[in-house]
Design a protein around this ligand. Structure first.
Ligand code: AMP
Length: 138
């Protein structure tokens, strides 16, 4: 699959548009989802350009999982989450809306994910307040 370097996460990685950052290392970036399906909904992306899991290198996939663990642990500690749902969509046919590989890290239970996917923008001040609790627990 050809990678579109104008996708919104590529722009976030280049610093062309802002994000509410949670964590960054040499290979990954974690930030708040602006249309969360639950309180504390975060995204982990690789810096490597890849549209889906099937184009991503093994090294970048491993780096993403390490960051997912870090964020999930911080959601547990900082938000008191006892369950963490991971979601990862590959291809528009699967419902993927941003064509840069990402893993959704969502505190709560699959049974609570009643908010529709990628639809309602959350209040930025509220997202920042939630992000601070996660960041403080990383
Ligand atoms: P997917 O449909 O799996 O590709 O998920 C893309 C996710 O990115 C959705 O949950 C959107 O709410 C989220 N999203 C879209 N634009 C942004 C943005 N600028 N900053 C943070 N999250 C975003």
């Amino acid at each position: 699959m050809t990678y579109d370097n104008q996708n919104i996460f590529a722009k976030i990685l280049r610093g062309e548009i802002p994000c509410i950052k949670l964590f960054e290392d040499a290979h990954t970036l974690a930030f708040m989802d602006i249309m969360p399906q639950a309180e504390g909904h975060a995204l982990v992306i690789p810096k490597e350009p890849a549209t889906t899991l099937f184009e991503l290198s093994d090294e970048a996939a491993a780096a993403c999982m390490a960051t997912v663990r870090r964020i999930g642990n911080a959601q547990k500690k900082g938000l008191g989450a006892t369950g963490i749902v991971l979601m990862q969509l590959n291809g528009a046919e699967a419902g993927q809306t941003v064509p840069h590989f990402h893993i959704h890290v969502i505190p709560g239970s699959i049974a609570d994910l009643r908010r529709p996917h990628a639809t309602a923008l959350a209040d930025t001040a509220h997202l920042k307040a939630v992000s601070e609790k996660i960041v403080a627990s990383i």
